[in-house]
Design a protein around this ligand. Structure first.
Ligand code: COI
Length: 353
């Protein structure tokens, strides 16, 4: 079992960093030199290992392949002008990771394994965190059931791992969305609030149908009536009516986004009227018709803030107005200023590595 001081490090012989073109990064395709691995077995976490990034060996009967017992987090590290590296609200990700673990009947990861391991890993691959507008190091902690066997029961062995990927933009083009009227992302009592891998797998087929129609994402609606907006693709959703910003309330179907919470706070800090309440499809359509609907945007760690240019519901299609100073832009700048250490951090969100 592990304690704070047991991080075993095996460094790469030669870094591959010189072969990477940081001006041409495709999201999630390039990984740094090292990764973290820690196994849970016999009721406890074993030593934390940091080693060269590479394949892991598992048997075909490994439970994650059969029952999808897998969770993950998305986080980012940022470099400021003087070369210091910061994490953004990492404790929130650790807490949410363990909330996801609990819901998927997986063991919780102790703070020192998650946080000390993450810091050590970033320190080792610090050269991979680049300074520059929009650049960050995307961090992907995840856990899989690694026990062999196809009995449908929680595993007795798990692997907690962290891999890291230098990142620029998540979306490179415009985003227009279809409002879901048939498919659902989550249901009451389900795993919608957790970062369960299966939530994303289940969205791929409906999303492919949207892509075929020329839309990049789906606005998920409530499974019971398809009348209320819940999430925007892989992001939380914000809608601006007049001068008021509205987001769907957090519940067991909706991911408790760290960026979502940050944007709610930043909107309040900027004196923007902010409401957390249900938003109906008909309110959106009426707003588009009478001009009170000004903006829709999604928020998430990978995507940050993505303005949605237009939407299609069952009976209505619209393009959103182009604004001089959209809230999405103001709030994204405010968020980035904190993340890149260009502004004060009144809420204590930055953690220096
Ligand atoms: C993130 O925003 O970090 C996520 O986890 C979403 C993922 C689809 C990239």
């Amino acid at each position: 079992m592990t304690n704070t001081h047991e991080i075993v490090i095996e460094k790469v012989k030669t870094s591959k960093i010189n072969s990477i073109n940081f001006d041409q990064l495709t999201f999630g395709k390039t990984f740094t030199d090292h990764m973290l691995e820690c196994t849970w077995r016999d009721g406890g976490w074993q030593e934390v290992q940091i080693k060269p990034y590479g394949p892991i060996q598992v048997e075909p009967s490994c439970k994650v392949f059969h029952y999808g017992q897998a969770i993950f987090e998305g986080m980012k590290a940022f470099k400021d002008a003087s070369g210091d590296v910061f994490l953004f609200r990492p404790e929130d990700n650790w807490l949410r990771f363990n909330a996801s673990a609990k819901r998927l009947a997986m063991p919780e990861v102790p703070e020192e394994v998650f946080m000390d391991g993450l810091k050590k890993l970033i320190q080792l691959d610090e050269q991979w965190v680049r300074y520059g507008e929009g650049l960050s190091l995307y961090l992907r902690p995840f856990m899989i059931a690694s026990e062999n066997g196809v009995a449908a029961a929680p595993a007795t062995e798990y692997k907690f791992m962290i891999v890291m990927s230098p990142a620029f933009a998540y979306y490179t083009g415009d985003v227009r969305v279809v409002i879901a009227s048939q498919f659902s992302r989550a249901a009451d009592g389900g795993v919608g609030y957790a970062k369960a891998a299966g939530n994303y797998a289940a969205s791929f087929y409906p999303n492919n149908l949207a892509l075929e129609e020329g839309y990049q994402q789906i606005i998920w609606t409530d499974a019971a009536s398809h009348q209320y907006l819940e999430e925007a693709g892989t992001m939380n959703i914000f809608v601006r009516f007049g001068d008021t910003l509205v987001t769907a309330p957090h519940n067991d179907r909706i991911l408790n986004g760290v960026t979502r919470r940050s944007i709610i706070q930043l909107a309040k800090d900027h004196g923007i009227k902010m409401e957390e309440r249900r938003i109906s499809v008909s309110e959106l359509v009426e707003g588009a018709k009478d001009g009170s609907l000004k903006e829709i945007f999604g928020t998430g760690t990978a995507a940050v803030i993505v303005p949605i240019k237009g939407f299609k519901s069952e009976e209505f299609t619209c393009e959103l107005p182009v604004l001089d100073q959209p809230y999405a832009k103001t709030l994204k700048e405010a968020l980035k200023d904190i993340q890149y250490n260009r502004a004060d951090d009144p809420h204590g969100w930055r953690m220096k590595i």
